[in-house]
Design a protein around this ligand. Structure first.
Ligand code: NAG
Ligand code: NAG
Ligand code: NAG
Ligand code: NAG
Ligand code: NAG
Ligand code: NAG
Ligand code: NAG
Ligand code: NAG
Ligand code: NAG
Ligand code: NAG
Ligand code: NAG
Ligand code: NAG
Ligand code: ZN
Length: 669
């Protein structure tokens, strides 16, 4: 009795220390105690949404969490589920599934920076079970209880939201400006729209949306998120850990067995047989597009991600996903046969075999039928930026970027607007009755912000805005605007802002760094924007054939004498001259021969006329990072009222799912 009580007390103390010591390094996110339930405490579900449950019991072998006399995990743990007001039942009985097999493994983790520096990982032994593809149908409160090690318990309180299965929107178009903040939108508006005496003569398309909200982007186990984690929250209503796509991260070795949660694309297809479009300017296996169909805790499993687009999750009983109607983006290296593709297979051929039309350039994209499923892959890696496709076009001459894997350059790439409009044409043609869900991502707002290329990042943001404008116009022309919920949001931010302007002629004429800094003008010396704004209906970079009521707005001059004094707060060592990089995207920092290859220094040829500014990040970082800020949510169409105010990123999923009528409050018969 005494021993047992002290063991229980020791387990409690171990759990307490896990929280206080392991702040930035964790044994397992979402599991502060030695008994883990995933999905963890405080999560919400859509009625009828499929998910897996993972339970793990941990026995620390060394490190700060060791419990005297406890060096192997209890294998006789039990999980019960209780619906509020009803009796608790063993989980397998509750879900009417066979009791899962016991699994065991071990893993190591670092408790803090000292442990990492000394290479003394703590070891943990694990006993675990996974309850696969279950669902909760009746709205209300549920308590999952894990009892382990003779008397220790972990609770997870779950809420099944009270969402009626009625459908209000036929279609959803979700725009994601990756990394896009209100500060970036403000800067984009400044350089692309004319104002007279402080009054704008035109505004962004986003500015016209009737409802504006803010979403909080925190993840399950860190307050700064990455795009995998945040996309999972946006599409599934479940926050996760950095690098995880559509799963809660467990501690097992394989990145494919983690407990999954069903995404909006999968549910929409399963319930309504609706059309799904996935469009991105990133390599298409990247996190934001990937999170719609992939279920892995490692976003780096690019080949498997591409396989999941086409085949869904093949190795577990999961949904009846059969591939999107439209998949457009970059990332050819995961498609042509070779070391980048899943099992070395030719994924152009795999898609063709399943009746996809495959297009590899913009000319072919525009000419292709509106009625077939279509795969469009337009470059190796990320697609070229708007600025390089439209202004500094020599930068498209980059060998080995062609999507066929040859040595040639990808010179005929569509922009986000071309891809999005074609996607809409196909989705509309194929899904007149059941509607569609389209996710369109401006990925390089984030990517160019990471490498501190503010001009390219803002160019991408303006291209997104132009795409939004064209989308609203197109939806109206086909009579679908009133039936379409249109959302514009981001997945997280970067600490970017504009603080004034820079007289680049003065800067270039000075000799020393301290003198060059005198070129920065703040407050009244910031003056007015010197970026020239096109004021016609067919300015640079626009599609001449597409008629809008107002002109699209991009600057016609990206190299004025007075530029923006702009920057982000998290940086590697870098040089700044506050001038557009005409020779291609920036490379602010790199590793230098003769020094440790994991330390990054200023790239001296980046911004030669500028001056060195030392970084704020660890020297192992060669680019900027994400930040804490809430990000905007613009909405219009059916259910727009559900997206005003301040809410969590997961609420976007619940809002879209509610509007599309995706909840099911009783099991399929
Ligand atoms: C396993 O747990 C059950 C109840 O939770 C208990 O009745 C049984 O004795 C335990 N078995 C072992 C081997 O500890
Ligand atoms: C961890 O697991 C591996 C393989 O499953 C095994 O060889 C090893 O002995 C285990 N380590 C500990 C400390 O249990
Ligand atoms: C735990 O034990 C392993 C194996 O002996 C050792 O390598 C590691 O440094 C130990 N960790 C701690 C925190 O003591
Ligand atoms: C579990 O704990 C109770 C008292 O807390 C004790 O009587 C019992 O022997 C323990 N069982 C095991 C298997 O340790
Ligand atoms: C979880 O549910 C249990 C049982 O209903 C309750 O006692 C506990 O307060 C709840 N915890 C939280 C954080 O809501
Ligand atoms: C799924 O199973 C197949 C056949 O065993 C295997 O080839 C493939 O690698 C597995 N996929 C993943 C993502 O693990
Ligand atoms: C575009 O792709 C088509 C085949 O789909 C090909 O015939 C044509 O040459 C390509 N054009 C360019 C500019 O690469
Ligand atoms: C696709 O639809 C658009 C808009 O309705 C139309 O202009 C275009 O000709 C169609 N393309 C093909 C190949 O049918
Ligand atoms: C769309 O809704 C607006 C406002 O409710 C209405 O004036 C308009 O006629 C509707 N258009 C169509 C095509 O239904
Ligand atoms: C550092 O640079 C060298 C060549 O300059 C390259 O081979 C190496 O991979 C780089 N290391 C890292 C960590 O990027
Ligand atoms: C500042 O940056 C330069 C260039 O990368 C580097 O040599 C120097 O060590 C940095 N200073 C500090 C304090 O990191
Ligand atoms: C999943 O596939 C879609 C499209 O083929 C069907 O419309 C759905 O009815 C189907 N769902 C189930 C549960 O079979
Ligand atoms: Zn990013």
């Amino acid at each position: 009795m005494r021993t047992q009580l002290s063991l229980k007390a020791a387990l409690a103390i171990g759990a307490f220390c896990a929280q206080c010591a392991a702040q930035t390094y964790r044994r397992l996110g979402g599991c502060p105690t030695l008994g883990c339930i995933l999905p963890p405490d405080q999560v919400d579900f859509l009625p009828g949404q499929y998910f897996d449950i993972r339970v793990e019991v941990h026995a620390p072998l060394n490190g700060s969490e060791v419990v005297p006399g406890y060096n192997k995990p209890d294998t006789n743990f039990t999980l019960t589920i209780e619906k509020e007001g009803e009796a608790a039942k063993p989980a397998a009985a509750f879900f009417n599934i066979p009791e899962p097999q016991l699994e065991t493994w071990n893993f190591t983790w670092y408790e803090d920076l000292f442990a990492k520096a000394a290479n003394t990982p703590s070891q943990v032994k694990v006993a675990a079970k996974a309850y696969r593809r279950v669902a909760l149908y009746e709205p209300g409160q549920y308590v999952a209880m894990l009892e382990y090690q003779n008397g220790s318990t972990t609770y997870a309180n779950w809420t099944v939201r009270d969402i009626a299965p009625s459908r209000r929107a036929k279609n959803v178009v979700m725009f994601i400006g990756d990394g896009m903040t209100t500060n970036m939108i403000t800067a984009g508006r400044l350089i692309a729209h004319q104002s007279i005496n402080g009054k704008y003569q035109s505004k962004l398309a986003m500015d016209s949306f009737p409802v504006l909200g803010h979403q909080m982007t925190h993840s399950l186990d860190s307050f700064i998120t990455d795009s995998a984690n945040s996309a999972s929250a946006l599409y599934s209503g479940h926050k996760s850990s950095v690098n995880a796509l559509g799963v809660y991260a467990d501690s097992s070795k394989t990145p494919f067995d983690d407990p999954k949660v069903e995404t909006i694309a999968e549910i929409f297809h399963r319930i309504h047989g609706g059309g799904v479009g996935i469009v991105s300017t990133a390599f298409i296996a990247d996190a934001t597009p990937a999170a719609l169909t992939a279920h892995t805790r490692d976003r780096g499993q690019y080949g498997a991600v591409v396989d999941s687009f086409l085949n869904g999750i093949t190795n577990y009983t999961w949904t009846n996903w059969t591939g999107p109607d439209v998949l457009f983006g970059g990332g050819a290296e995961q498609f042509y046969p070779g070391k980048g593709s899943f099992q070395g297979k030719d994924y152009y051929a795999e898609f063709s075999r399943k009746d996809y039309t495959v297009v590899l350039n913009n000319t072919a994209l525009q000419a292709t039928s509106n009625s077939s499923k279509t795969l469009g892959i337009f470059s190796v890696s990320n697609m070229a930026t708007w600025l390089d496709r439209n202004v500094y076009t020599n930068n498209l001459q980059k060998p080995k970027t062609a999507p066929d894997g040859s040595n040639s350059s990808a010179t005929d790439q569509p922009g986000l607007k071309d891809m999005t409009l074609k996607a809409l044409e196909i989705l509309h043609t194929r899904h007149q009755q059941d509607g569609f869900f389209l996710m369109s991502e401006a990925a390089s707002i984030d990517k160019q912000m990471h490498t501190l290329d503010y001009d390219r990042s803002l160019g991408e943001l303006l291209e997104l805005d132009d795409t939004i404008k064209a989308t609203l116009h197109y939806l109206e022309s086909i009579g679908e605007l009133n039936d379409t919920l249109v959302l514009v949001t981001a997945d997280h931010g970067h600490g970017f802002d504009v603080m004034g302007s820079v007289d680049t002629r003065y800067l270039n004429a000075q000799d020393t760094a301290r003198e060059k800094r005198g070129a920065v003008g703040t407050y009244q010396q910031s003056g007015l924007s010197q970026y020239l704004v096109a004021n016609s209906s067919a300015p640079i970079g626009s599609d001449q054939n597409l008629v809008y009521s107002e002109g699209v707005n991009f600057p016609t001059n990206w190299d004025p004498r007075y530029t923006l004094f702009q920057g982000a707060t998290a940086n590697p060592d870098r040089r700044e001259n506050y001038q557009v990089h005409k020779d291609g995207p920036r490379l602010p920092a790199l590793n230098i021969t003769g020094f440790s290859s994991t330390d990054y220094y200023v790239n001296y040829v980046d911004a030669v006329t500028g001056f060195v500014i030392n970084g704020t990040l660890p020297v192992s970082a060669d680019q900027g990072v994400h930040s804490l800020t809430d990000v905007p949510v613009f909405s219009q169409g059916p259910c727009q009222e559900n997206f005003g105010g301040v809410f969590g990123n997961v609420d976007i999923f619940f809002g879209m799912a509610a509007c599309l009528g995706l909840s099911r409050t009783c099991p399929p018969s």
